[in-house]
Design a protein around this ligand. Sequence first.
Ligand SMILES: NC(=O)c1ccc[n+]([C@@H]2O[C@H](COP(=O)([O-])OP(=O)(O)OC[C@H]3O[C@@H](n4cnc5c(N)ncnc54)[C@H](OP(=O)(O)O)[C@@H]3O)[C@@H](O)[C@H]2O)c1
Length: 287
Amino acid sequence: MTTTLLNNGLRIPSVGLGVYKASPEDTYKTVLAALKAGYRHIDTAAFYQNEPDVGRAIKESGIPRSEIWVTTKLHIGEMRNPTEAFNKSLERLGTGYIDLYLIHAPIQGRRLQAWKEMEVIYQEGKAKSIGVSNFNIAHLEELINSSTVVPAVNQIELNPFLQHVDITEFCKSKGIVVQAYSPLTKARKLDDPTLVEVSTGLGKTPAQVLIKWGLQKGYVTLPKTVNPTRLVENISVFDWTISAEDMKKLDALECNFVTEWDPTQWGTKNETWGQWAIEKVIHNFVA
Ligand SMILES: NC(=O)c1ccc[n+]([C@@H]2O[C@H](COP(=O)([O-])OP(=O)(O)OC[C@H]3O[C@@H](n4cnc5c(N)ncnc54)[C@H](OP(=O)(O)O)[C@@H]3O)[C@@H](O)[C@H]2O)c1
């Protein structure tokens, strides 16, 4: 497993197991199997309702806590009480500390105050790193200009079909590591002809090529699976490379393919009616 250097000097394993929409039982079994298979990084969230199962698997794996990276996220419904939300996540995980704590989405009117409290959690050492998710350039600039800690990461939806080049370039310029979520397009584009052609040429699967594409871009990538065979497939990506020519073919697949939600558009001119409605419902819920 390769690692990526963060702006606070820590190294994060470059591939993490995502557990969004994994049931508690599947989460427990899969995290245990993943740790046996060589994963050392798990990406969960309060919203996923499987933190206790991640924690139980880590404990039972017998692997020292210090060798495993655990990320969890501040629930959008708990933006008013980040410290309390953090403590509840930590208790559910039972991991003693959290390696990376993220603001799950850039809720207007709440995100700056939440970040201030997260800076305290970071300074107290309860979270070894803090970061954000689904932030666009304006969200990031506002945060950086009004705080002391620059986010260690920005976790956004990223794959060849949705590349967010503007955000990734900005993050790079500020020393913020980009994490790619839904790197497999939730399995919706695995039969894309160009992707299949590149994969066949390499003798790899489309899922492996999507993961490797993210790694070669310098992203930390977070594929999710609860299938034991695919678990191994998804980390068998370190002893081969995609050529510059094939990377170009993959780069040309950009088509703004959003699988579920896109909070990076919140508060921008590009926000669609659907996104605007989701944002308003969430804001009313959070307010
Ligand atoms: N911050 C955020 O707002 C946010 C949003 C979404 C996701 N995330 C994080 O990113 C992680 C990954 O994203 P995601 O769960 O949306 O989707 P994803 O990783 O892009 O895709 C997961 C889907 O691909 C399938 N799959 C996995 N490996 C495969 C393989 N080798 N071949 C074929 N199919 C395969 C999985 O099915 P099986 O499980 O049956 O294998 C599942 O249906 C999440 O779990 C979560 O940790 C964060």
